[in-house]
Structure formats: C-alpha cells, structure tokens
Write a protein that binds this ligand. Structure first.
Ligand SMILES: Cc1cc2nc3c(=O)[nH]c(=O)nc-3n(C[C@H](O)[C@H](O)[C@H](O)COP(=O)(O)OP(=O)(O)OC[C@H]3O[C@@H](n4cnc5c(N)ncnc54)[C@H](O)[C@@H]3O)c2cc1C
Length: 453
C-alpha cells in the first residue's frame, strides 16, 4: 500500500547541489495545513536527511482581485499554520512580495526547494522559472488532489464518467494513515510574531468593498466543518445537496481552495464512518473526487481554461449560430454585479455570493446560464462570469470555477435540443427551479442575510 508520498513528487535539478545551503525550504502556497500535507512530509524528511533546519516560507502576493474577504480568510489560516509549525520545530516566514520572483532570493540560500505542485497557468509559470534559475534540487509535490493528475490521464478528459473508475480505484490502494516524522534539527532562523505577520498583511492593497464573511479560515475550522458534515449532513447529501433552500452541501470548498484541508483526509474521514457503497458517499465522492479532479485535469491540459477558446468546437459553433438571436433582456456588468435584474432568483443568488462569498452549487449553474442569456455577446459573458466568480467567491480562482463556467457553455456536457440564444447548449429556467425546490424559502433565506448584513 502506497504511503502516498513517492508518487506525488516530481523531481527537478537532481544533478545540481547547493552544498552551502543553510536550510531546507518549503515554499507553501496551496497546502496551508499540517495534516495530510505531503509537501511538508517530504520537507521534514529532507531536513532530517541533510540535518538542516526547515524553513516554511509563504510569499504573500496580491492576486488580480485582491480583497478583504479572501485575505482575511487567508490570514486566519496563516496564523494558525504558524502556531502549528512552531510546535513541530519548523521555522515559518511570511513575506509580502511584489512578484514570485522574489522567492528566488530566499531559495538561493536553500539546499533543496520543495513546493506544492500548481495546476494553474501562473502557478506553473513560477515553478518553471524557479527550476530554471536555481542551482539546487527542486521537488514539486502534488498536494491538492486525491490521485495525481498525471497518473489519472495523459491528456484532457472530455467527460467526468471517463475518469471516475480510475480515480475511485486509488481509494483501496492508498494508505489511510498520515504521519509526519519528528523534525530533528530545530534551529531557530526566524521568530516572526503574529503582529509582524499582521504587518505584512497590512502592506497589501485590498479592495475593502468585498468584505469579510462568516467563514473563518484555518485547519481547525476546516476539520470542524468536515465533522459537522459527516455527522449531520452526509446522510441527506444525495437527496438535498442540490436544494438551494437547504444547507446540505459540505461548505468545504473555501477550505479546499486555500489548502486548509486535504481531499485525501476528507475521503478517509468519511470512510471511517460510512461504507464506500453508501449512496450518499458515492454522491459526495462524485463531486469531491470526480468533478474536482476533472477540474484539475482540465486546467492542467487546457491552456485556455479560463476563456471561451477552451470550449469544444460544437458549443462554439452553436453559440455563434445563435449570436444574433433576439435577447429579451440585456444587462450591463454593473447591473449584474449589483444583482439588479428582473429575475428575483438570479438577484438572490448574486446577493448570496456578494454577502456570504459562497453561492449554492445549484444556483451557480442557473446564475451562469442566465448571464449567457442576457448578454449581447456570449464571449463577453464568459469574461464577466470569470470576473464575478473570481472576485466574490471565497473558493474562486480555483480550477473548479473554471470548469464550472466552461460547463455552463457546454463543455463536459452533451448537445441538447436546439433553442434560441443557447443553440444546443443546455438551458435552464426559473420554472425548473420552482418545480424542484422551495424557492420562496430560498428568497427568504437571502432576504434574512440582507437584513442582517
Ligand atoms: C458556474 C459555476 C462556478 C463555480 N465556481 C466554483 C469555484 O469558483 N470554486 C469551487 O470550488 N467550485 C466552483 N463550482 C463548483 C461547485 O458549485 C462548488 O464546488 C460547490 O458548490 C462548493 O460547495 P461545497 O463545498 O459545499 O460542495 P459539496 O457539494 O459539499 O462538494 C464537496 C466538494 O466537491 C467539489 N465539487 C462540488 N461540486 C463540484 C463541481 N461541480 N465541480 C468541481 N468540483 C466540485 C468541491 O471541491 C466541493 O468543496 C462552480 C460551479 C459552477 C456551475
């Protein structure tokens, strides 16, 4: 049974050595946790092998839509990580940087660099840059998937069902145990206080209009949310996960996005309490393992993962065939952003996102479909959806978001009966919502949120 580490590591510059290295460096970006952190596990092993102290380094950089919501959540998790790393004897340094190239200065002093593997364009660019510029071994560790992307498929997978069996086949093959060696060299290199970390965060230029929400960041909170899900919600997951008027989703996506929890941990915690044959477990794993890992496959193999050029030929053609169809409603980006359309359900879900940073899954599909319907130019609708999703969702800027938006335009789906504007791309309407769910209750839920905001 694999201990899950070796097959997650990609090794570079093995012929290079930095004998003057002062420490083992773990550049942490997407694995902000201790438990089931395979990159940390490797970093500790290397530190023990080389008898060098371990430095865990977080480069704090503004992203495209840097806002208070995301960075307050991140800061909570970072402060907890600092405390936990100090407990095991590792050094932790948070440094505000203007560019990830600043990591080079720190990395040049290391004897070996370990980093979380990245799937998105920018993440991959900075890793290749460091590998090229550094004269020392670099190890990238796949820390964000259950099954490593490259082992699941060698190219872009067009439908979820094609990888389902392969991904699920990893469950019995992998060990459900995760243990860290104890760190032997505990030399203190830095002793950054919480207020010094806060200072680094204060240097960020954040959009404060996108305010903090009820979600609290960090590994402890992620674990609490997981146990609440396992013990109170999972039993109803299949029946109610799609109901926006209810709360039976796990709410783990912001925690997964920031790496406060590992999908591997989630799988094995679920299986400690449920059989894999349970229908709710199967429905949950279909989202967590199949769709989530399909999203990693998508962004890894499709360079146009965040724009219309990544769509299949049939959906581009059919949307173009209908580009001149009359639109009953057309809205500007500002009207959409403020949730000022004629459609009460759409406005409600847009408000849910603005107020909580997490729109319900079913409404995300409706939300995206309507923006296509109300835009004069479907290519522009694509851009607007990426913008709104990445700016307001706490789990935004994630492969799942790029997959979800691509899906709304027909990707990973099949052609349906042809109709106006959408052509053969699947269409959704408010009647469907009303037929399936208690939409009045959903509207009340959002009205309550607005009242208390
Ligand atoms: C237009 C659109 C935009 C989306 N944007 C995002 C986004 O920015 N970030 C994001 O994480 N998800 C996104 N999704 C996917 C999905 O809506 C969310 O992952 C889910 O609602 C998160 O809530 P949860 O953790 O409570 O989900 P649960 O139902 O509890 O699912 C557990 C986990 O499975 C994964 N998952 C669930 N549904 C999907 C899915 N459809 N595709 C891929 N993975 C899935 C997530 O990691 C989620 O945390 C989007 C979907 C659509 C249609």
């Amino acid at each position: 049974m694999s201990d899950q580490l070796d097959f997650r590591i990609k090794k570079y510059n093995l012929d290079k050595e930095n004998k003057k290295g002062e420490f083992v460096l773990y550049w942490v970006q997407t694995g902000l946790r201790i438990d089931y952190n395979f990159a940390l596990k490797l970093a500790i092993k290397e530190s023990n092998r080389l008898n060098l102290p371990l430095l865990v380094y977080f480069a704090l950089k503004e992203n495209k839509y840097a806002n208070l919501r995301q960075y307050a959540f991140l800061k909570q998790g970072i402060l907890e990580l600092k405390k936990n790393l100090r407990q095991i004897g590792a050094n932790f340094l948070v440094q505000k940087v203007d560019s990830f190239s600043d990591i080079l200065k720190v990395a040049k002093r290391a004897s070996v660099l370990i980093a979380d593997f990245g799937y998105l364009r920018g993440q991959r660019y900075w890793r290749s840059f460091l590998i090229k510029k550094l004269d020392l071994p670099v190890f990238l560790v796949e820390n964000d998937t259950f099954a490593p992307v490259i082992l699941v498929a060698k190219n872009k997978v067009p439908y979820a069902f094609l990888i389902k069996k392969k991904i699920l086949s990893f469950i019995p093959k992998l060990s459900d145990r995760f243990e860290l060696e104890s760190l032997r060299n505990k030399t203190e290199l830095f002793n950054q206080s919480n207020s010094e970390i806060e200072q680094q965060f204060k240097m960020l230029r954040l959009d404060k209009k996108v305010f903090k929400t009820k979600f609290i960041g960090g590994e402890t909170q992620a674990c609490q949310i997981l146990s609440e899900f396992i013990f109170k919600k999972l039993v109803y997951y299949k029946k109610f996960r799609s109901s926006p008027d209810k709360d039976f989703q796990s709410n783990l996506s912001p925690y997964l996005h920031f790496g406060f929890i590992s999908p591997v941990k989630i799988v094995y915690e679920v299986l400690k309490n449920y059989s894999i044959d349970d229908e709710n477990v199967q429905a949950f794993f279909n989202e967590l393992l199949v769709w989530r890992e399909l999203a990693r496959n998508f962004v890894y193999f499709e360079r146009n993962y965040d724009n219309w050029k990544g769509l299949p030929f049939w959906s581009i053609k059919t949307l173009d065939d209908h580009k001149n169809d009359k639109r009953d409603y057309v809205y500007s980006l500002e009207e959409l952003e403020e949730g000022k359309t004629h459609d009460k359900y759409w406005n409600a879900c847009q408000k849910e996102m603005l107020l909580t940073g997490k729109m319900h899954n079913y409404m995300r599909m409706y939300w995206a479909k309507k923006v296509i319907e109300w835009s004069l130019n479907w290519r522009q609708a694509y851009k607007w959806l990426v913008y709104l999703n990445d700016k307001y969702e706490l789990d935004g800027r994630d492969p799942n978001g790029y997959l979800g938006i691509a899906w709304s335009f027909g990707c990973f789906d099949r052609p349906w009966r042809e109709r106006k504007i959408f052509g053969k791309v699947r269409y959704m309407n408010e009647k469907g919502l009303e037929r399936k769910f208690d939409m009045e209750k959903y509207l009340q839920k959002i009205a309550e949120l607005e009242k208390n905001s």
